[in-house]
Ligand binder design. Structure first.
Ligand SMILES: Cc1cc2nc3c(=O)[nH]c(=O)nc-3n(C[C@H](O)[C@H](O)[C@H](O)COP(=O)(O)OP(=O)(O)OC[C@H]3O[C@@H](n4cnc5c(N)ncnc54)[C@H](O)[C@@H]3O)c2cc1C
Length: 334
């Protein structure tokens, strides 16, 4: 059921088998599997998933390569709701581990916000990441091309850049290392520092050996029309023509709500075992938030694996038999 402000009391009185934080690809996939295991689940999603910005999903079995991320999400959400799952479009502020139950604190309303607490035995963190983008005075200029031919993912879009003149926009020397992988697809590479960091002499030598160009001046704006970027204008007025761009500026992790739980991470990425279980036995993580390939097919697969792991745990705990659904043992007051 799609939850709204008006119908929160009953869900707040329940203990869900699983609350999934994030309704992108990984979270919706997990939700579909949880519901099909006859478990009760709630997905809490603040919206605008990374997949929402994906203009074309080029590499997913069985879907046309021009499938938009938002289409995939709509089908996933409809599918989940058709199986009786609960969905709340809100932001999760914090998760508190009280022992056998997690309290999930959700922000309601942008102004004069109130907070509501939902309860669950298991948690799936599916809240993903979001890419840092090059900074120019008018950011709408970047949004016009980001996700079209200003790509953010070499694995997703290397093929689209084959034999094209590609500009790479980095945030430090290390982030520009992606040039040597992009070199598999195209030799016509220009690296942009945007005058934000220094390049070492060793790195310059490597670029020279590969015949890659280096531009160290600040950018004024991206040029192009109809979401197709055709080059970059520098602050000094000069123009560099390009056929595509690749942003390699790192990302922000949507995991602030987990900060009190002391989970094992590598950098900011959550470490999980083969069934997507984190270092906490009842917290699972799926998709871009965890170690692994940041791909739609992986996030969808993670969701299936995590949900199946949780079903197995609950089956073992309850014995083979499922509690009949008319005995609502999950009511908090009981
Ligand atoms: C422009 C672009 C193009 C791409 N192209 C491809 C491609 O062609 N092929 C491919 O396989 N992959 C592609 N990807 C990568 C793909 O989109 C991701 O790997 C995938 O979306 C990861 O899914 P996820 O479920 O982990 O995260 P997401 O899809 O990002 O979903 C996470 C959800 O959690 C929500 N959330 C975050 N924090 C909170 C919170 N505190 N409370 C509640 N909700 C929260 C977010 O709003 C979001 O809705 C592309 C990505 C981008 C940006």
């Amino acid at each position: 059921m799609q939850l709204s402000k008006q119908v929160l009391q009953e869900p707040m009185n329940k203990i869900y088998d699983t609350i999934v934080i994030g309704g992108g690809v990984g979270g919706l996939s997990a939700g579909i599997y949880l519901q099909r295991y006859l478990l009760n689940s709630l997905i809490i999603d603040k919206g605008k998933a990374r997949s929402f910005w994906m203009q074309e999903l080029h590499n997913y079995l069985g879907l046309p390569p021009d499938t938009q991320g938002r289409t995939l999400l709509k089908h996933g959400k409809d599918h989940y709701l058709s199986l009786g799952g609960d969905l709340l479009n809100r932001y999760v502020e914090e998760v508190i581990d009280t022992g056998s139950i997690f309290e999930v604190k959700v922000k309601i309303g942008r102004q004069n916000s109130t907070y509501k607490i939902f309860h669950t035995k298991y948690l799936i963190a599916a809240s993903g990441i979001i890419d840092n983008l090059p900074f120019v005075d008018n950011m709408q200029n970047v949004y016009d091309y980001a996700g079209y031919n200003l790509h953010v993912c070499l694995i997703c879009d290397g093929y689209e850049m084959a034999d094209k003149r590609v500009g790479i926009f980095g945030r430090n020397e290390r982030s520009l290392e992606v040039a040597f992988s992009l070199g598999w697809f195209t030799p016509y590479i220009t690296l942009f520092t945007q005058d934000m960091f220094e390049i070492s002499s060793q790195f310059r030598d490597r670029l020279w050996e590969h015949e890659y160009k280096l531009v160290e001046k600040p950018i004024s704006k991206f040029l192009g029309a109809n979401h197709q970027m055709t080059g970059v204008q520098m602050m000094d007025g000069s123009v560099i023509e390009l056929d595509a761009g690749l942003v390699s500026m790192g990302s922000q992790f949507h995991s602030a709500y987990l900060s009190g739980l002391n989970l094992q991470t590598q950098g900011e990425t959550l470490v999980t075992d083969q069934i997507c279980r984190t270092s906490h036995p009842r917290i699972f993580a799926v998709g871009d938030l965890k170690l692994g390939l940041n791909q739609v097919v992986v996030a969808a697969s993670d969701g299936a694996i995590a949900a199946t792991g949780i079903w197995r745990d609950i089956r073992r705990e309850r014995g083979v038999k499922r509690r009949p659904s008319n005995i609502d043992s999950s009511i908090l007051a009981s």
